[in-house]
Design a protein around this ligand. Structure first.
Ligand code: FES
Length: 571
């Protein structure tokens, strides 16, 4: 690693470093910088503003605040753009592009002369991509999020993206609300800029990032429109200057112990199942494997403390008013690894000791009076789970946690879209809906299609939940008895590929079992007949993705980006 700082870092290779610096300065001076400015430490700011990304609508204001912080601390802030991903504006799915964003960010960190980097993310895949990049590039880095949107109202109801998006859509499909009302709802679900206002993936990742020590304290829950959001950004800019001089890098912060703290936070907030995949990807960049059985055990002793949608009733702006992550960390303290270093230069334990005093509130509950006790995300085994599958227990219907039913299989996303609402579809409320070929390679990109809609005729008859199983993901804002991430996926010959409609499937969450009640001999016969789905010839990024994407248990990262063999496990 070069000891050179500021403009002298990462000089373009002309074979003459003095010439490279001279030329660099000649060009950058065209932007009006003085010699004094160009002699300062450089803090890069990853700017993820995009007209397509409402979750990042406040990025320009945040950039301005970060720059102020850097300059007040005597540095030179310089923004650089990267890909910006929004969930609803990413075909075929944002997950398909997460690794590309991480590569984009990492390579800019390598290519540009920056002594530290402030990464501004927010929408679901952006923070994981940036943390993956920071872990790989290993230059001093600090995460800032755009912050959650405000909650809104529809009639007398409080609403917010996107748990309520799905709830209202379910009512519309069931014929309970009409075109005019769903149109009114569409205009009210997202009342401000910012990330989804529930404990979806964006909020989960924000809280986890704080627990892992990569964000200044208090940054996860400040709503996007609050003045505190900008003060937080200013402080991050100033702190980035110190990170640079202390050379405090992600590899000193993202350790097995701090990642375990992140996983602990994931469970305590009743967070998104996507948090598991993203954590595996971030950890994988550091040679750390996620031990899913240990994570399952961690779930047994970590109650859901935060009463937020979709597992509870409040919204992110309520969590902020209740003290934000401080209230959670204070409660979780006995279960956390307190010696972990954070971007503040102090340990997590020191930060918790510095928290402001608690006050009465009911959004973050106590360990003695949790929202759900133990068992947040369960890790399932069995002949239908292969190397594992997961289910978010707090989002399940209790009566379906142990359930046997007849499989109704959809081969692809297209097949699902074509047949799910067919009045002649042979399906009953007790059946188990299975979607396959929707994993990392199959879909591709492992889309959030695991929230398979209840067939219209059953929804109209009042069915609200069914057991659903797939090799894809589910939005963190969704709910239901939904088994996800069956690994390996069907497209590479995982067990879901062998199920036939009419087979009996058994889900037994207390015993962590996902079983296909078909004999081993019959499964072996089916396997002999199986062949991988055929697709059109691929080129460019699609080819790279198809050839290198890993399965969900390895974070669906690219094999050439993961630090393997793994050297350690967590939690
Ligand atoms: Fe961006 Fe939900 S769509 S956080």
């Amino acid at each position: 690693m070069s000891k050179k700082t500021g403009m002298r870092r990462n000089l373009t290779r002309y074979g003459d470093e003095d010439f490279a610096l001279y030329l660099r300065k000649a060009f950058i001076k065209a932007m009006g910088y003085s010699d004094d400015a160009l002699s300062r430490p450089v803090i890069g700011i990853a700017d993820t503003y995009s007209d397509f990304n409402a979750c990042h609508a406040n990025v320009p204001k945040i950039v301005e605040a970060v720059k102020r912080g850097v300059m007040l601390a005597g540095g030179l802030p310089m923004t650089f753009p990267t890909i910006s991903l929004h969930e609803s504006f990413s075909f075929p799915t944002s997950m398909y592009l997460r690794n590309l964003m991480s590569m984009d960010t990492e390579e800019m960190m390598h290519a540009l002369p920056m002594d530290a980097c402030v990464m501004i993310g927010g929408c679901d895949k952006t923070v994981p991509a940036q943390l993956m990049a920071a872990a790989s590039a290993d230059i001093p880095a600090i995460q800032v999020v755009t912050g959650p949107m405000l909650s809104g109202t529809h009639g007398e109801e409080r609403i917010g993206a996107c748990t309520d998006c799905r709830r209202f859509w379910g009512q519309y499909r069931a014929g309970k609300i009409d075109d005019a009302e769903i149109s009114r709802v569409e205009g009210r679900l997202v009342p401000s800029a910012g990330t989804c206002g529930v404990m979806g993936t964006a909020s989960t990742m924000a809280c986890m990032t704080e627990a892992m020590g990569m964000m200044l304290p208090g940054g996860a829950a400040i709503p996007t429109v609050h003045a505190d959001r900008l003060r937080h950004a200013e402080a991050a800019g100033a702190r980035a200057m110190q990170l640079a001089s202390e050379d405090l890098r992600p590899s000193k912060i993202l350790t097995p112990e701090s990642i375990a703290n992140g996983l602990r936070m994931l469970l305590a907030v009743g967070g998104s199942t996507n948090g598991v995949v993203h954590t595996a990807a971030i950890a994988g960049r550091l040679g750390i494997e996620i031990d899913m059985e240990a994570f399952d055990r961690m779930g047994e002793e970590t109650p859901v403390l935060v009463d937020l949608n979709p597992s509870g009733k409040y919204y992110m702006d309520d969590l902020h008013k209740a003290g934000g992550t401080a209230a959670i960390l204070r409660e979780l303290k006995p279960l956390l690894n307190l010696d972990c270093m954070t971007v503040t230069g102090r340990t997590l334990g020191e930060e918790i000791d510095n928290l402001p005093p608690a006050f009465p509130q009911d959004v973050v509950r106590t360990m003695k009076d949790p929202v759900h006790s133990g068992g947040g995300i369960a890790f399932l085994k069995g002949n239908l789970a292969g190397d594992g599958a997961i289910i978010k227990q707090s989002a399940c219907s209790k009566e379906l946690l142990v359930h046997s039913g007849r499989a109704v299989v959809f081969d692809t996303l297209e097949d699902l879209a074509e047949r799910i609402d067919d009045p002649d579809l042979d399906v009953n409320a007790d059946d188990i809906l299975i979607l396959r070929n929707a994993g990392p390679k199959g879909a591709p990109g492992m889309p959030e299609a695991g929230y398979i809609p209840i067939p219209k005729k059953l929804a109209a008859a009042g069915v609200k939940d069914m057991v659903r199983i797939s090799d894809c993901r589910m939005s963190g804002t969704a709910f239901g008895t939904i088994v996800l991430h069956a690994t390996p996926e069907a497209a590479v010959g995982g067990p879901l590929a062998l199920v036939q409609s009419g087979d009996t499937v058994r889900l037994d969450v207390p015993n962590r079992l996902l079983q296909l009640e078909v004999s081993d001999d019959e499964l072996a016969r089916r396997r002999e007949r199986w062949s991988p789905p055929e697709g059109a010839p691929l080129h460019g990024y699609a080819k790279l993705f198809n050839e290198h994407v890993l399965q969900a248990d390895e974070g669906a990262d690219f094999d050439f980006l993961v630090k393997k063999p793994y050297t350690t496990k967590t939690p």
